[in-house]
Write a protein that binds this ligand. Structure first.
Ligand SMILES: O=P(O)(O)OC[C@H]1O[C@H](O)[C@H](O)[C@@H](O)[C@@H]1O
Length: 504
């Protein structure tokens, strides 16, 4: 049993610590930078432009002890049932070889099948496959989409479309681009019941049938933790790639859900992604809290959201290849920690997940950065940049990109006084974290995504939240089903009028 009074004391202590000026922190401590830097797997995490200092770090370490952070971390890696509301273990790390031996062996077996299927498809056993039409939503789309977009742009192996929205416009676009005779339909759904995915999958089959494809189901691969449902739907058992129930949807890109990435990258690339994640797993498991990147990042998150009461956090990828990272993180962070009760069902203390938003640099500089520099909200900003260029053009492109990224962090912190002209004054003292990757390799991206997963988990532990359920998404689905079944009956006047007007 955790000592709740002790935990409350830790939070009060954190709130009582003076919040120094960022510029002053650097002036007072010549060694501030190395004390607030973590290097791991070719990723450099610079937390020095945040307001945390010795006293806050000590207080967070005490909080981590009070919430039994190390016990929870060990329980996750041991495969204990830490997702208590759903009675499940949390075993995405087993996909990377880190976890209890039985789960790691099961994951390896799933991967062996996945690899075989990648080889079989490459060898042409399912005909000449040129296009991959992956239908899935939420965790069954955002992760694969990020991987393919970031790493397989020029791989040229297959043309991949990841379609999630139930709006037919989304899948029509892919249909217009693809030849149904040369398309592999990948149906990705952990539950194999999700409305959007099943509807898109059915429309894709129809599209193939209408084009005269003889055996459309012969061109289907199912990625699911519910193989029985996939068989019922018509997929042959040999083309079902399973994964364990204990791999959560938003943590599933490492499992067979990552299949389109494995196809697009080739197996070696996919394996490098898993190895990068495993390296971050080991770092998270063994590095002392002070030198532990996900833990330090979670301290920063908690500080801004619960001590400074910032309601949002912004993520800007200064790399076009990572343009999907903010939306991927929105699901990971907000679906995991956007809760109002603790794991024991009692109300949480203060705010939980910050609202994650963001975009790409330099585009965002010309749009939303005004608010970051001069607005009334304090928004902790995270910059992600890559030293090695992704393009082969004039080096001026990449140099300008990086210079701008670093300039923004400096400007947020430095500010500029202008007593004569307040509209042109910058308050400064605004926080940012910079994550700098040496190169955007599969290994580095694996490590980066695993960093975010562990950071989210650590945030959950510090807030005593179960980060692995998502009951908040259910009510809206239920109401939608009831409207489809019974029409506009029994709802409020506004909802009924909308239904009548648009749906008749
Ligand atoms: O993979 P599926 O079972 O189709 O689920 C897809 C998505 O739908 C749900 O509503 C959840 O909010 C997501 O966490 C999940 O990833």
């Amino acid at each position: 049993m955790l000592d709740q009074a002790k935990i409350a004391d830790c939070w009060s202590q954190l709130k009582g610590i003076a919040v120094p000026d960022l510029r002053g922190l650097f002036e007072e401590d010549a060694d501030r930078l190395p004390k607030h830097l973590v290097e791991e797997s070719g990723l450099r995490f610079d937390f020095s432009k945040t307001h945390l200092w010795e006293a806050s770090l000590v207080a967070f370490e005490e909080l981590a002890a009070a919430v039994d952070f190390t016990g929870m971390r060990a329980a996750m890696f041991a495969g204990e049932v830490i997702n208590t509301t759903e009675g499940r273990a949390v075993e995405h790390t087993a996909e990377r070889g880190e976890g209890n031996a039985e789960s790691v062996a099961a994951a390896r077996e799933h991967q062996r099948r996945m690899r075989t299927l990648v080889d079989v498809i490459e060898a042409g056993a399912l005909g000449e496959i040129r296009h991959i039409l992956h239908v899935g939503i939420g965790g069954s789309a955002l992760g694969p989409d990020l991987l393919v977009d970031a790493l397989a742009r020029d791989a040229g192996r297959y043309d991949v479309a990841i379609v999630s929205n139930v709006d037919g416009v989304a899948i029509e676009e892919a249909m217009a681009r693809f030849d149904p005779h040369h398309t592999l339909l990948v149906v990705a759904s952990k539950t194999f019941t999700t409305t959007e995915t099943m509807l898109n999958a059915a429309s894709a089959i129809e599209w193939m049938q209408e084009a005269g494809v003889e055996d459309p189901y012969g061109q289907v691969i199912a990625l699911t933790a519910s193989p029985d449902k996939a068989i019922e739907w018509g997929v042959d058992e040999t083309r079902i790639l399973g994964f364990s129930e204990s791999v959560g949807g938003r943590y599933s890109l490492w499992s067979s859900i990552g299949f389109p990435a494995a196809l697009a990258l080739g197996w070696d690339g996919f394996e490098a992604l898993l190895e990068g994640a495993a390296a971050m797993d080991r770092h998270f498991r063994h590095a002392p809290l002070r030198e532990n990147a996900p833990v330090r990042a979670a301290f920063v998150d908690q500080f801004y959201s619960r001590v400074m009461l910032c309601q949002t956090r912004a993520v800007f990828a200064y790399d076009e290849r990572l343009r999907l990272l903010p939306s991927y993180l929105q699901q990971l962070e907000m679906e995991s920690n956007g809760k109002s009760v603790k794991a024991d069902g009692t109300p949480t203390y203060g705010h939980t997940a910050a609202i994650t938003w963001g975009g790409v640099g330099t585009d965002a500089q010309h749009a939303v950065f005004q608010l970051l520099h001069q607005g009334t909200h304090i928004v902790p900003v995270e910059f992600i940049a890559v030293t090695e260029a992704g393009d082969a053009l004039d080096p001026a492109h990449h140099q300008t990109l990086l210079v701008n990224c670093f300039a923004q962090g400096a400007a947020l912190m430095q500010g500029r006084e202008n007593a004569a002209d307040p509209a042109r004054a910058y308050p400064g003292n605004r926080p940012s974290t910079t994550i700098l990757l040496d190169a955007l390799t599969p290994h580095a991206l694996g490590a980066l995504i695993a960093f975010y997963e562990h950071r989210t988990f650590t945030n959950g532990i510090l807030m005593q939240i179960n980060s692995f359920d998502q009951f908040g998404v259910e009510l809206g689905k239920e109401i939608a089903r009831s409207i489809e079944k019974d029409g506009a009956r029994g709802f409020d006047p506004s909802t009924m009028a909308l239904i009548e007007r648009a749906l008749g």
